[in-house]
Write a protein that binds this ligand. Structure first.
Ligand code: ZN
Length: 181
């Protein structure tokens, strides 16, 4: 079990567009496989339900998530756990309806930001063996995937806000950080 430090905004690595992951003939190389394991450990310990590679300083197109998991930090074998790794994900389709939700982010601790997103999506990605997968997602899973995919483009929740709302959110974030010092 290895927990990695999670970068917090405004670290410039969170504003970087990530590079595609290249597969060797037998899936991910051992360095990336151990990165995925460490990312799960880090996400569960945080605790959170999604973590993208750039949040731990690796500028590659992959993220881990577990929207079913409700356990406390460190309990990764809880009932309902649905760990997923998405590598080189691409959105294939989104529905027209967008819905708001107050999203948290492990890189923006202490602040929830209201973001509108399509509530149903279809995604293609590669799994750890490099196999192409495709699936439809809705509700919280669809939101989590879109949030993590934003990280791969160097986008955070604040980037969805209008200028005035963003100023408020950034001020709230600074205040929250000062409280924890
Ligand atoms: Zn995030």
């Amino acid at each position: 079990m290895a927990e990695l430090p999670i970068l917090t905004w405004p670290d410039t690595r969170l504003a970087s567009c990530c590079m595609p992951v290249e597969f060797a003939c037998r899936g991910l190389g051992s360095d990336l496989l151990s990165l995925v394991q460490d990312m799960f450990d880090t996400m569960y310990a945080a605790p959170g339900r999604g973590l993208a590679a750039p949040q731990v300083g690796v500028l590659k197109r992959l993220f881990v998530m577990d929207c079913g998991w409700k356990g406390a930090a460190g309990h990764t074998d809880d009932e309902g756990a649905t760990p997923m790794v998405m590598i080189n994900p691409k959105i294939q389709w989104v529905c027209k309806e967008t819905v708001p939700y107050h999203e948290g982010c492990l890189s923006i601790p202490g602040v929830l930001t209201e973001v509108y997103r399509p509530e149903e999506i279809r995604v293609r990605w590669q799994d750890q063996d490099g196999i192409e997968r495709e699936g439809a997602f809705s509700g919280f899973e669809a939101r989590c995937i879109q949030h993590e995919m934003d990280h791969l483009e160097g986008r955070i929740t604040f980037d969805h806000l209008l200028p005035e709302a963003r100023i408020d959110a950034e001020a709230q974030y600074r205040a929250a950080r000062e409280d924890t010092r």
